[in-house]
Write a protein that binds this ligand. Structure first.
Ligand code: GFB
Length: 320
């Protein structure tokens, strides 16, 4: 059932993260004030009993599952047990409690790494489970695929209106700038900024710099979430009988090109040293956004504008 009233109780799971904080911002700015949020300290979503108690008490009508253990290529490869274990626990607890407590619609957020490593590009939703995964993030991907399948199973068996949104690589205000665990975009913003401050002539780039990625500003995903929440059920499942929607900008760039763009925005010149002991990961990950485009949604923020806003946020907030 779609979101019609600004009074509905909406639970944003993971409201302090990059995506959850963007979703919360978007909902509040659009007049949805009846938001339910809980910090990790107040509600550990890996704790099934605690999640059940929360849902029984608050009975959220709409749920956005933005809570997840996430990280860049190295974090995924270094902490496989955390990535698969925590994500399976969080999503299973939340989806099950939402079903038991009659949530009207739930959005499960994943990632485009659920698609096979060597799938044709752009990645269509139908390519799910048609080939082997990229090994640096297979643990995270398997958990997210289980979440998509759980949503589909709950719909098939119980008629739940539980949809899955697969965003491409995200960045923006509130991002993680820790060089060991972050994604590439915040990592390069930090490295180039620090090179500028210290007068370094070189920065270290992981891998070959040739992989291509599609980057989307986190507020654009939040925009897509509200767009989907407000669309009638029949409209969505007509376009996506599997309940799955890719969310992206429809354009990708090479990592080395991203670095050039960041150098221009930060305003410094430096040469590159490749650390090829670090993995490249999947060679390309561009999503087909025709399902959402067909419904009338497009990502509004350009990469240039999004990086500038993220850089401004980093200068003000990150401890660098
Ligand atoms: O963003 P990123 O960590 O993750 O890396 P993935 C993207 C590319 O940037 C890889 C290169 O080819 C990295 O080798 N890269 C270059 C760097 N320099 C750096 C650097 O300083 N830091 C980082 N982090 N990368 C993750 C998945 O994949 O993306 C997750 O592991 C998830 O499961 C997420 O899907 C969106 O795009 O390769």
């Amino acid at each position: 059932m779609h979101l019609t009233s600004r009074q509905e109780r909406i639970f944003v799971a993971g409201h302090r993260g990059l995506v959850g904080s963007a979703v919360t911002r978007k909902l509040r700015a659009s007049g949805f004030d009846n938001l339910l949020t809980k910090t990790r300290q107040a509600l550990d979503l890996r704790d099934q009993q605690a999640v059940n108690r929360f849902f029984e008490c608050e009975r959220p009508e709409f749920v956005v599952v933005a809570a997840a253990r996430v990280g860049g290529i190295l974090a995924n490869a270094t902490y496989p047990a955390d990535f698969i274990g925590d994500n399976l626990a969080i999503q299973t607890n939340v989806l099950q409690a939402a079903f038991r407590n009659d949530t009207k619609r739930l959005l499960f957020l994943g990632s485009t790494c659920v698609y096979p490593r060597d799938a044709p590009q752009p990645l269509r939703e139908q390519y799910l489970l048609t080939g082997p995964l990229e090994h640096t993030n297979e643990w995270y991907a398997v958990a997210k695929i289980a979440g998509i399948k759980y949503c589909q199973a709950l719909r098939k068996q119980h008629g739940c209106d539980f949809l899955s949104l697969m965003p491409t690589n995200l960045y923006g205000p509130g991002d993680n700038f820790d060089l060991k665990t972050s994604h590439v975009l915040p990592a390069l913003l930090r490295k180039v900024h620090e090179a500028k401050l210290n007068g370094d002539r070189k920065i270290i780039l992981w891998g070959t710099g040739t992989p291509r990625r599609e980057f989307m500003y986190c507020d654009d995903l939040a925009d897509a979430c509200l767009f989907v929440l407000q669309r009638p059920e029949a409209t969505l499942y007509d376009v996506a009988p599997d309940g799955l929607f890719n969310v992206g900008v429809g354009k990708d760039i090479q990592i080395i090109e991203l670095l050039q763009l960041i150098k221009r925005i930060v305003g410094t010149e430096c040469s590159v040293v490749h650390d090829t002991s670090k993995p490249d990961g999947t060679p390309r990950k561009l999503v087909d956004v025709s399902r959402l485009h067909g419904l009338g949604w497009r990502a509004p923020t350009s990469l240039d504008a999004g990086i500038r806003a993220t850089y401004a946020w980093m200068l003000q907030h990150a401890d660098i």
